[in-house]
Design a binder for this molecule. Sequence first.
Ligand code: ZN
Length: 270
Amino acid sequence: MKMKSKTVYGLIIYFLLISFNLINLWQNLALAQNPMPIPKVIVIDPGHGGENQGAKHPSHIGKYEKDYTLLIAKLLEEKLLKKGFVVWMTRQSDRMVSLQERVQFANEKNADLMVSIHLNSSKNPGPKGHEFYALSEEHIDDSIIRLHIFLENQTQIIKSLINQAPQNKDEEKAIEAVLRLKHNVSVKQSETLAQVLSNSFLNIKTIPSKGVKKKDFTVLMGALMPVVVCEVGFINHPKEGIYITSTDGMEKIANQIKNGVETFLKTISK
Ligand SMILES: [Zn+2]
């Protein structure tokens, strides 16, 4: 009986993987005949909001990190919309959104990638530079636990991924295996996205690079798409803090994130 269940389980995984390939093949054939490609879905996450203000601006009275993450996000949204992407923002105004809600939102939108925008700060002013964070491999299991919590009673997400809801325990297991696969591919791709964004920021000469790092930030956990935390510069550095919150600085930052997103999507579609 156990063997039979294992065989059924194996067959379902096989069937699902074949179905994914057939869907990809169908999409490629449709693309060859149809000049209009399916638009990619981008989720922009302006860090902080509401009571969660983030770091205080050292010289702009009453202004916090949350204000600038939203301004940069809105500039980025405009640029990505102009390029034909479908864009969703985790917040459009100064409101509190939990970190888990942000990731869950991106999963529900079936996003192709998510960028979370932050301005860094240090205990004492001095450090400067941009850095990009992807989820570290040692936290993959924790991230999958978070994903399962998200997916409880979320059959619409599963439906959007495989076009049907699980009918029985074996199908549930098979779908879980596919989700784990998709999750692990997304974690790998997050690293590539972080690297591409970091390279793109080298074009902003006034902000030095602190490179790509890996961490278990909550906003990186449980995502079904590549996701990166962009620390675009230090808000409490006397010069950098002024630059990254200036009209010119925010414009350049949004532009380089847009360029990085485009380069990344070309890289993974090859
Ligand atoms: Zn922050």
